[in-house]
Design a protein around this ligand. Structure first.
Ligand code: PLP
Length: 466
């Protein structure tokens, strides 16, 4: 055998064995370490110079990864990872990702990746049907909610320009209206597109709130109204139906950021909370959050995909062959987002959906919602904890009596060091809070009980770090 082929064979055996063990590691609670962050200096010392002229060979390279690098990454899929918005990819989605990578598919165009794009579109269509958007709505899987929001805002601004026949509004800058709880990416992407953001104060974005802003800035200056269906911090859902009404009256683009929460459209108990989402001009849902798909994957849907194409199709003589086919009706995913070359990042979701069926997804999402309800009850019963509000989706937020920021920080650090869980404090109304985001089907009520016990008055974990 040629030396190169022999190296590849050895690597294939050891890397596939490693991947196989890692995929199953959290099946038994306690089997997967949460991991611990390390400094670059520590990694320099432990791993040394890894990029060398002759290479380290497959065994040493994998050893460094397995023994040094991977443990220095937190296991976002650990059952005790309850910070930010965690991730819990289905084993089938991870395996599907491996298979997809092995096939080197270019999924920017139908010509090159039609088979994969067809499957991605079936997965997208499942989300479309859950949301109740009309037949014909469609889009693309982009990198994440940030890119999804950016791509939608670019399409919205282009649509406003086209509708009003101007490049810029009379006031000079396009406006994006959102609620104050909108994810940071909304204002960040608005800034990137040189739009001004008006964040409406209040728990949830309402029709009245949007109407008031429209009265001040004028509908002809607005590129988009962004409603959030599942805020990152608390899981709150804006008044989608009211906002849709006002957008319709004013002729303004209605975008829904459901990156985290809109997965609950597939649940059996929360799907009725999203009325109005079916009227969105664009919608994002992140399968890498609550649809059990590996990073990075955001489903972006347009009510009228032609508006996505008008904004995003790249032009160049070398692309004419693809664009001509697109004009003739072929679905080129790169036409619908800020990207050209793309991997078939929706295929891992498709592998899991096609294998397990949608009912399994519904049950897994229901688990997170059930766990949040049960955890909220435990918080209410705990003498030293105060629940911030009843969870609308799967985030439980609360405060600990008598604690200040440094107490929360110290507790969080200790909890990770003790390998119990990864829970970082957040803030609400300027005050520190604790926040548990449930979506991992392997997290149990027993884990939650264990975590809450560390908040007892005399729990040993409650100590300040110097
Ligand atoms: C509501 C919401 N929108 C957008 C984002 C950004 O998504 P991503 O991190 O995939 O870019 C997040 C991330 O948590 C989110 O919760």
């Amino acid at each position: 055998m040629h030396a190169h082929d022999e190296v590849v064979q050895r690597a294939a055996n050891s890397m596939l064995a490693f991947a196989r063990a890692r995929v199953a590691a959290d099946l038994e609670p306690g089997g997967l370490p949460i991991g611990s962050p390390q400094s670059a200096a520590w990694l320099d010392e432990q791993a040394g110079q890894t990029v060398t002229e002759v290479g380290l060979g497959p065994e040493e390279t994998l050893r460094i990864f397995a023994e040094v690098l991977e443990p220095a990454c937190l296991s976002v899929d650990h059952h005790g990872f309850l910070s930010f918005v965690p991730q819990a990819p289905a084993e089938l989605a991870i395996l599907g990702d491996m298979v997809t990578a092995a096939c080197s598919i270019y999924a920017g165009s139908w010509l090159e990746g039609g088979g994969a794009v067809w499957a991605e579109n079936q997965a997208l269509d499942w989300i479309r049907r859950l949301a109740g958007m009309p037949e014909g709505a469609g889009g693309v899987f982009v990198q994440g909610g940030t890119n999804g929001n950016l791509s939608a805002l670019v399409a919205a601004r282009e649509s406003a320009r086209h509708r009003l026949g101007v490049q810029h509004p009379a006031s000079g800058r396009w406006v994006v209206i959102c609620g104050e709880h909108a994810h940071a990416s909304v204002s960040d992407m608005a800034r990137i597109t040189d739009c001004e953001v008006v964040a409406v104060p209040g728990d949830r974005l309402t029709g009245a709130g949007v109407r008031e802003v429209l009265g001040v800035v004028g509908a002809d200056a607005v590129a988009a109204v962004v409603a959030t269906s599942g805020s990152t911090n608390l899981g709150r859902i804006d008044r989608l139906d009211e906002v849709a009404d006002v957008c319709e009256e004013a002729g303004v683009w209605f975008h829904v950021d459901g990156a985290y929460g809109a997965a609950a459209l597939a649940s059996t108990s929360r799907s009725d909370r999203f009325t109005g989402i079916e009227r969105a001009d664009s919608l994002v849902v992140d399968p890498h959050k609550w649809l059990f798909t590996p990073f990075d994957c955001c489903a972006l849907l347009y009510r009228e995909p032609a508006k996505g194409r008008a904004a995003h199709t790249q032009k160049g003589s070398y692309l004419d062959i693809l664009n001509d086919a697109g004009d003739a009706g072929e679905w080129n995913p790169s036409d619908y987002g800020v990207q050209l070359s793309r991997r078939a990042r929706g295929l891992p979701l498709w592998f899991a959906l096609a294998t397990h069926g949608t009912a399994a997804f519904a049950a897994a999402i229901d688990h997170g919602i059930w766990l949040a309800e049960a955890a909220a009850r435990l918080v209410v019963e705990h003498p030293e904890l105060t629940l911030l509000e009843e969870p609308e989706l799967s985030v439980v937020a609360f405060t600990r009596e008598g604690w200040e920021q440094e107490d929360y920080d110290a507790w969080s650090k200790q909890l990770l060091e003790d390998e119990i869980a990864f829970v970082v404090p957040s803030k609400h109304a300027g005050e520190p809070i604790l926040r548990l985001c449930f979506l991992n089907p392997r997290t149990t009520l027993a884990h939650v009980t264990q975590i809450l016990a560390t908040l007892d008055g005399d729990a040993p974990v409650r100590k300040r770090v110097e």
